[in-house]
Ligand binder design. Structure first.
Ligand code: AMP
Length: 221
């Protein structure tokens, strides 16, 4: 099964992708995670990407498309994958179609995680990440048992530099300008499912799994 999670920053794509990857036993590909790893390792791609990430802008398409194309050649995607954070605009969506064509596979489902702005801002400003295993916490909704320490691996917990208020605003602007157009793109292809992402994360996974399990669902928007 090949899935795209679409939605504004803070709609819960990362959390849902991790849960779905476990439930469906398919690979989670987050372009944001790959880019942050490149930045951490000071690779040439990381050095180019850093300024865009830190200011909440999209990393140029050619860099991200090449990176994703290489990742989709990995041995761990035969059973499928969940894309989290890609595509981010029409150009990337068309490039994805081109990457998949010679592999003779298609995207099965696109889930649009529809979250309202107050919920997004509350989630992003309180979000904390484990620097070691990537687990996601929230200072109010899901605090770690010991402040600053990951429950799962004892790694250090940090706040993403792009989760500061000014950058959050920029990311939302970029989302509305570039990414929101993908809702129509996938609606036209009849692959889009609308999910109310203001709900708690645990409830969303169930909603999404029900749709992936049903071949003849009526939830397409
Ligand atoms: P995310 O973790 O998906 O919120 O992504 C964090 C940041 O990484 C974004 O604000 C962008 O700067 C960059 N990024 C991630 N995915 C993409 C993409 N598909 N295209 C361009 N930039 C991206």
């Amino acid at each position: 099964m090949r899935i795209i999670l679409l939605g504004p920053p803070g709609s819960g794509k990362g959390t849902q992708a991790k849960a779905l990857s476990k439930a469906l036993n398919i690979t989670h590909i987050s372009t944001g995670d790959i880019l942050r790893e490149e930045v951490k390792n000071n690779t040439p791609l990381g050095l180019q990407a850093k300024k865009y990430i830190d200011s909440g802008l999209l990393v140029p398409d050619d860099l991200v498309i090449r990176m994703l194309g290489a990742r989709l050649n990995g041995p761990d995607i035969k059973e499928g994958f969940i894309l989290d954070g890609f595509p981010r605009n029409i150009m990337q969506a068309e490039a994805l179609d081109e990457i998949l064509k010679p592999k003779k596979v298609e995207i099965d489902n696109v889930f649009y995680l529809d979250a309202s702005e107050p919920v997004i801002i509350q989630r992003l400003s309180g979000r904390r990440i484990c620097s070691n295993c990537g687990a996601i916490f929230h200072i109010k909704n899901m605090p770690p048992k010991v402040e600053g320490t990951c429950d799962k691996c004892n790694g250090n917990i940090y706040q993403r530099s792009d989760d500061y208020p000014e950058t959050i605003k920029n990311r939302l602007k970029v989302y509305l300008k570039e990414t929101a157009a993908l809702i129509d793109y996938y609606k036209k292809q009849k692959r889009l499912h609308n999910i109310n992402a203001d709900k708690d994360a645990q409830h969303l996974v169930g909603d999404i799994l029900k749709i992936t399990a049903s071949k003849h669902d009526h939830s397409q928007v």
